[in-house]
Write a protein that binds this ligand. Sequence first.
Ligand code: SF4
Length: 466
Amino acid sequence: MFNQRTAKAEGGSAAPEVVRHSRYPTRLTMYDKAPALEVSIEEFETFALDRLQVLRAIEDAQLRAKGEDDMRKRISEALERHLPLHTNRSRLPSRQLMAERRKDHVSHFILRLAFSRTEELRSWFLRYECALLKHRFREADTAERQELLQTARLQLALVPQAMRDEVLGDADAFYSPQEQLFEVDFERVLDLVMRAQVVLHAGKAYVPQAEIAALLVHEFRQRLTRALAVCAKALPQMDEDERLVPVLQNMSNQSARSEYRSSTAAGAVSADSVDSLGANFPLCMQHLHAQLLKDHHLRHGGRMQLGLFLKGIGLSLQEALVYWRRAFNSMTDDQFQKGYAYNIRHNYGMEGRRADYAPYSCHRIIMTNPPGPGDHHGCPFRHFAPERLRAALHQDSLADPDVREIADLAAAGHYQVACTRHLEAKLRRRPSIQGQEAPSAPVTSPNQFFDLCTGSVVSPSASLSA
Ligand code: SF4
């Protein structure tokens, strides 16, 4: 645990007294308490925008970095530029240290409020705040890590050295002998389980000291998820604050997670041309399209996902009825009219409550309604087993190094980043649209993938509307 000797051994003097007794004695925090201090409206906006720059830089680094070191460098540079947070052992004046910590604290809570508005925004914020905490924890020295673990109250059960044999048997050989091990429920470290970096035994995972960041991030994610839900409920009460609401809305609109609206006009695609456009589909739609051609049928989840996607790329209602009737060629006209045509008209706002349904976003496809046996909807990067995903990418003519990299990203849970790499690999192979700008942020919608693949949009950001 943290002590004076450790701090000095890390190189530097211990915290100045003024810092130790201040509102922010430690640099890293789990943001458990909201700030109780006054902030001017200018600071409110500047702080939040600076933090947003950092979160977007992390998103960008996950997309573009060439390896772990490059990713760390990119994130550290963004932090230094927009949200520096020096240690107690830096030689900076206490006043500056306090100002940095105040900005970090306040900006987190402003964005928490701004991003609590919708599930999609919450998910974006959660993802990159977790990545930020993980980065800072990894870059911190031993003393700071111990301080944060202490304040986080993780309730870890240390496996005594003498009992490791008894608890783990032969599996103990997986770890180095002197490494401390902590026993936790496996759900707390799914990331490590997926990467086979821990031994599982009777529902418990044995986490080595070196991987403790995964536990910390899990705990942070749980707490922040709950806090965002509370914020979302409180948000309507702020609707009348004319100074803050526009600022908060502006913040969240600047994340690349707003709903994607294609500029393609209805009628741009005919029933006859759908099949020839399949090569421009993202993997989720390629899979649904291939299954439809093979089985002449799709279950409800697949029909909704593919049907609204086709609507989004410009298939009109009349052409959609022709297309689906032809595809479902093993049933009678009567069966089609009674069982399926209503749904198609419904998707186009011609039945029921006549809502004009939008195509599904990646977030919705990845996070809701997972496919069961016999279903083909969902996101292959999220829902396919690794072998099946690699086969699908090979089938789309990707080179081995691309397949490896994309499959690794998917295995690490970066589904939309993996999909964006897929898009980039496709764009590289296409002489007809060479020079098309690579996406500057992960793909957020299958329709955005299609538009970029066909060259219908020049820049993804131009099509992202609030
Ligand atoms: S990330 Fe989105 S576009 Fe890509 S395969 Fe998954 S759901 Fe489809």
